[in-house]
Each structure stands twice: as structure tokens, then as C-alpha cells.
Unconditional design. Structure first.
Length: 185
């Protein structure tokens, strides 16, 4: 009889423990990006307000959106995902309706694949790349988390290159692409 009582108590205790377990919420994008560039950090939709140009003001260097290509009212978006059918790292760049690029693809979209190489991202635009100077590039990427907001800076031009076609070489060399995380879709 003692065994039956102990067995009943063990079953009751395990049922109580199973019911009282707390569920851990999934990590936020800030949590996923706290350690820097990773697949978990990159997956989702990011927005960009235009090419960011480094300007010297006195003794300081400040980064500002190029005013002739300010897309803030309707930002371009960059979605990173894993294609479920092909099982490949895929991106979809959707240009802003405010784009002033000399050349815009008919759909306004560019598709391709991506890989993380250390602290850089390798991007290969396969569809909608006819307006781009290069369709295959590896750029250093810096991820920053500040007050729960996540940003990623590509150290060079790729998606915003058509916006800057008419810029002088110095501006192009001092231009980055700064993205802000929007959603985990």
C-alpha cells in the first residue's frame, strides 16, 4: 500500500510540475543581435531611409542621409529569409516609391542570396540587378542594439548604389547603408 501511495504522490507531483511550468518568451531581435551578426539576427525585414554619407563637420565626422535621396517618408525594405523550398538564404530588396535612381527595375525589387562570412555579408543579386554596378559583393556589416532598437550598417554601397550613380567618387566611397529592423516576418 505504501508503494501505491508513493506512486500516486509522484504522479500528482509530476502533473503539478508540468502544469506550473512557466513558458519562456521567445528572444527579441535585440536579444538575437546582442552578440553581433548572425543568421537569427539577420532574418526579418529591415528598412532604409536612403544612403548615409559621412561628412566632416569641424573636427567631427557625422553621418547623414543624402538629402537628394531621402526616402524617410517611404523607406525601402530589405527582407532576409530562408527559402523553404530551396532551403537557401534569400533576400528581397524593395525600392522606395520615392527613389530618384536613374535606373529602377520594372518591379522595383531585387532578389538574391546571402551568406554570413565572419563579420561580413556576402550578397549575390540574381534577379532585378540590371541597375546595379555589381551584383556580387561582400560587405562588412556592423549590428548595433541601442535601447532595444536594432540597426545594421553595411560598410559600402550595394542596394543604394543606383541612388548614388551621379554622386562623385568621394561621396560614394564615404557612403554606407544603414538599416533599421522592422519585423520578424
Amino acid at each position: 500500500m505504501t508503494i501505491k501511495i508513493l506512486a500516486s504522490l509522484a504522479i500528482a507531483a509530476s502533473l503539478f510540475t508540468a502544469c506550473s511550468e512557466t513558458t519562456t518568451p521567445p528572444p527579441t531581435k535585440a536579444d538575437q543581435c546582442a552578440a553581433g551578426l548572425s543568421t537569427d539576427c539577420l532574418i526579418g525585414t529591415w528598412s532604409i531611409n536612403g544612403p548615409t554619407v559621412a561628412k566632416t563637420v569641424g573636427n567631427d565626422v557625422v553621418y547623414v542621409i543624402d538629402q537628394s535621396h531621402d526616402l524617410s517618408a517611404s523607406p525601402a525594405t530589405l527582407k532576409f529569409y530562408i527559402d523553404p523550398q530551396k532551403k537557401t538564404n534569400t533576400f528581397e530588396f524593395t525600392n522606395s516609391s520615392l527613389s530618384r535612381a536613374d535606373c529602377i527595375t520594372p518591379t522595383g525589387k531585387t532578389y538574391g542570396t546571402w551568406d554570413i562570412l565572419g563579420t561580413s555579408i556576402h550578397l549575390y543579386a540574381k534577379i532585378g540587378n540590371e541597375c546595379m554596378e555589381k551584383s556580387d559583393v561582400t560587405l562588412p556589416a556592423v549590428v548595433a542594439v541601442e535601447a532595444g532598437k536594432v540597426s545594421m550598417t553595411l560598410q559600402g554601397l550595394f542596394f543604394m548604389e543606383p541612388e548614388m550613380k551621379q554622386a562623385d567618387l568621394v561621396d560614394k566611397q564615404n557612403t554606407t547603408e544603414v538599416y533599421t529592423f522592422v519585423s520578424a516576418d
